[in-house]
Design a protein around this ligand. Structure first.
Ligand code: SF4
Length: 365
């Protein structure tokens, strides 16, 4: 493809015009489209709306396990035999201490994740109280992931000051029954609709590498565009020993980067996040993902560890990006290096699981 082709991709996306479906498919699979000019074209769009800033998110696995759902990719599903240390919801004190820690470590957004089909009214009231306290104490954005939610419950969270509700679509409507049988794609869309009606911003993304085809990836990207998701985490499937879904072939870094470009072109103003599995699937090309994406998770994922904080922060700095934080990138890196422990991480393709100390850093029995 010539230079005009790539310029047109950027110009069209910046003008917020949709991408033709055939072109979108080609971006993922055609050898005629080279990776470097494609990344550059996606970077033009990222730069237009987000400059060179990276937004850091830190997750709190606020409750581990006891989930009645069967999401096949998840270590906490009722069907999973993964060796996890289950615990019910953390104390308020612990959740607040982790919010402070997230802020201190440079996070712009603190994401609290609660396993389960959906929260009871009492749980929602409790979350609302927590959100109010966090928002009054720390200048940090708050996101909650708590399963299926109706509009009334979403409104309670909105009134408490919640910024965003996370609820991932994960895959296409057609592929959804292959990754979950206890709730439907429609249930997921209804929750996102409730959040929208309540005035919340939406965070909804995808997990690539769960046996889906190119058309499933395209459909999810177009759906997220249609619902105007403000935030799109692009996860790459992490194989977890004992979870229901295993044996998926690894994705290539080239494909992962193309997928990030596709999501950027189709969702030019959305926060595109390099989410779970970046370390496993992007490997040596990880830094290139900062060109289409403007956000990432620091400090691992729900149950799987990620790169050390110092390595991720250094990667951002080395590539010449800055972070959206009250703390300077240099200070954060210096702090991490001085606190660095020499706990080695094996270069394995299976997830390295968090232990209780990782999951409950502020807990004192
Ligand atoms: S993804 Fe959420 S709802 Fe699904 S099994 Fe895991 S914790 Fe439960």
């Amino acid at each position: 493809m010539n230079r005009h082709y790539y310029h047109q991709l950027s110009d069209q996306s910046i003008a917020q015009q949709p991408l033709d479906a055939n072109i979108a498919r080609d971006l993922l699979s055609s050898d005629a489209i080279e990776l470097m000019p494609l990344l550059n074209a996606a970077y033009e769009v990222r730069k237009e709306f987000f400059g060179k800033e990276v937004t850091i998110h830190i997750i709190n696995n606020a409750q581990n396990g006891f989930c009645p759902e069967d999401c096949h990719y998840c270590a906490q599903a009722k069907t999973s035999k993964a060796d996890i240390s289950e615990y019910s919801i953390k104390s308020d004190q612990e959740i607040l201490a982790e919010a402070k820690n997230a802020y201190d470590k440079g996070a712009h957004r603190y994401c609290m994740v609660f396993a389960g089909r959906g929260p009871s009214r009492d749980r929602v009231e409790h979350l609302a109280k927590l959100i109010r306290t966090i928002k009054s104490k720390y200048p940090i954005e708050v996101c909650v992931s708590a399963g299926l939610l109706d509009e009334d419950k979403a409104k309670i969270l909105k009134e408490a000051g919640l910024d965003r509700l996370n609820h991932n679509l994960n895959t296409s409507r057609k592929h959804y029954p292959h990754i979950c049988k206890t709730h439907t794609y429609e249930d997921r869309l209804n929750t996102l609709n409730s959040a929208r009606k309540a005035g919340l911003q939406i965070c909804s993304g995808v997990i690539l590498g769960m046996g889906e085809g190119v058309d499933d990836i395209l459909e999810t990207a177009y759906t997220l565009r249609n619902i105007k998701s403000e935030s799109i985490p692009v996860n790459f499937f992490i194989p977890i020993k004992g979870a229901q879904l295993t044996g998926q072939p690894p994705l290539s870094p080239n494909f992962c980067l193309r997928a990030l470009c596709l999501y950027r072109f189709l969702n030019p103003k959305a926060e595109i996040r390099i989410a779970a599995g970046r370390e496993i699937h992007l490997r040596s090309m990880e830094v290139m993902a900062l060109y289409p994406a403007n956000s990432l998770f620091l400090d691992g994922y729900l149950n799987a560890k990620g790169d050390e904080r110092s390595k991720t922060l250094q990667m951002i700095k080395d590539a010449g990006f800055s972070i959206q934080s009250d703390h300077s990138l240099d200070t954060l890196i210096t702090n991490e290096i001085s606190a660095h422990k020499s706990d080695q991480q094996d270069n394995v393709t299976m997830a390295v699981m968090k232990d209780l100390k990782d999951l409950r850093p502020q807990y004192t029995p």
